[in-house]
Design a protein around this ligand. Structure first.
Ligand SMILES: NC(=O)c1ccc[n+]([C@@H]2O[C@H](COP(=O)([O-])OP(=O)(O)OC[C@H]3O[C@@H](n4cnc5c(N)ncnc54)[C@H](O)[C@@H]3O)[C@@H](O)[C@H]2O)c1
Length: 379
């Protein structure tokens, strides 16, 4: 039985636990959160025997095989590194680290230790996103000509909204580009099979002063907390990125978390020589296929009409939509299958690994530099 320890039982930590229970074939034996109440709550909900507040309790414990690192970004490098050095297998939250140098060190270490790593870029595990990738790989779209997309949310739109994501000391040099951009660029590179090679970013801070509650606030929580202090925000709350894929294919991406009314509108439009594809997380089970001549199509998640590689994820009968929990579950399934198969630190896998996380950090760091220098950066 594989023994799992999870660190960080906030929003995404609870998503991980829910999916680990569904996955089966393993046992979550320890949950750590620096807030004892959070660790206790998670342990009680999922019947986990051990809980504590110090991640060191599990990164060097002989009782643990796999670590799920669900802490805020500031702790990713430190915890992932210690887990690797102690011979643990590790599935980390995104972004993998706060700098390219850190991410590179983690990838190199995982190669040295031949560790099965994973990064939770879960959006690529929606069945119709997999279908989009399969169609492009089979040449059905023809050469990709242009890519557009955006990601809008509203949970940070008030001056009284707070997340550690807004603080450079907690989150590193980028807010929304690191948070949502890392997912979006992973999606687009995965679906098109092309690599981001050039970027030009334009950032803006919209609310330079916010109220930071004195008590802990989890992601997506809204609290009207009277006991707060002023926080000066310097990180970006608006990010627009022009980019090129494989040096030639142009594209653009815009994101913000202060767009009232937008909950998690993630989309991509991919225009090919023969036809076009469009996906939006609001309708996550539908893929739009556009044609110049002939009527446009709408493919609704259905294993009977999808490419086999994508159909394996559409596990319910057509008309019974899967969702975010299922996307995370399918990523975990791939991760644990790789572990059972003794895959090691492989570059020839379609799963997101620490190499994917390292690759994403290069894109992010180039976007940050381009915004700062007000000019294009080549990766
Ligand atoms: N893959 C996804 O779709 C997705 C979605 C949301 C968040 N995330 C990522 O997950 C991570 C956590 O984000 P969140 O939204 O869950 O944040 P959160 O604030 O809701 O939860 C973070 C938890 O970690 C705990 N914590 C903080 N420092 C710790 C430490 N040193 N040791 C142990 N526990 C510690 C906090 O007490 C809190 O319970 C971030 O890196 C974020 O980018 C990924």
């Amino acid at each position: 039985m594989i023994r799992v320890g999870l660190i960080g039982a906030g929003y995404i930590g609870m998503v991980h636990l829910e999916q680990l229970i569904r996955l089966g074939g393993l046992k979550v034996v320890w949950v750590v959160d620096s807030n004892l109440d959070m660790a206790k709550r998670a342990a009680a909900k999922y019947g986990i025997e051990n809980y504590s507040t110090d991640y060191k309790d599990i990164v060097d414990s002989a009782e643990i095989d796999v670590i799920h690192n669900c802490t805020p970004n500031k702790y990713h490098f430190q915890i992932n590194r210690e887990a690797l050095l102690n011979g643990k297998q590790i599935l980390s939250e995104k972004p993998l680290a706060m700098t390219v140098a850190e991410a590179e060190e983690l990838w190199n270490l995982s190669v040295q230790k031949n560790t099965v790593t994973g990064v939770d870029f879960c959006y690529r595990y929606y069945p119709v996103v997999q279908e989009a990738a399969a169609r492009i790989q089979k040449g059905e779209l023809g050469d990709v000509r242009m890519v557009f997309g955006s990601w809008f949310q509203d949970w940070l739109s008030l001056e009284t909204d707070y997340s550690w994501r807004l603080e450079k000391s907690e989150n590193g040099p980028s807010n929304v580009t690191a948070d949502l951009g890392s997912h979006w660029f992973d999606l687009v590179q995965f679906v098109t099979g092309l690599k981001v090679t050039d970027v030009m970013g334009d950032f803006a801070t919209i609310l330079p002063v916010r109220k930071k509650p004195k008590k802990q606030v989890l992601a997506f929580q809204h609290v009207e907390e009277a006991d707060s202090e002023d926080l000066t925000c310097e990180l970006e709350e608006y990010s627009a990125v022009h980019f090129r894929l494989n040096r030639t294919v142009p594209g653009s991406f815009t994101t913000s978390q202060i767009c009232n009314g937008r909950k998690s509108d993630t989309s991509f439009d991919i225009y090919g020589k023969e036809s076009s594809l469009s996906w939006n997380h609001k309708d996550a089970n539908r893929l739009w296929i556009g044609h110049r001549f002939g009527p446009n199509e709408e493919l609704i998640e259905n294993s009977q009409i999808m490419h086999p590689g994508a159909a394996r994820f559409a596990v319910l009968p057509a008309g019974h939509p899967l969702g975010y929990f299922d996307a995370v579950l399918h990523l975990f399934e791939d991760y644990y299958k790789a572990l059972e198969a003794g895959e090691g630190a492989s570059l020839s896998t379609s799963r997101p690994t620490f190499y994917t996380g390292y690759d994403e950090m290069k894109i992010l760091e180039a976007i940050i530099a381009s915004n700062k220098q007000r000019k294009w950066q080549t990766l």
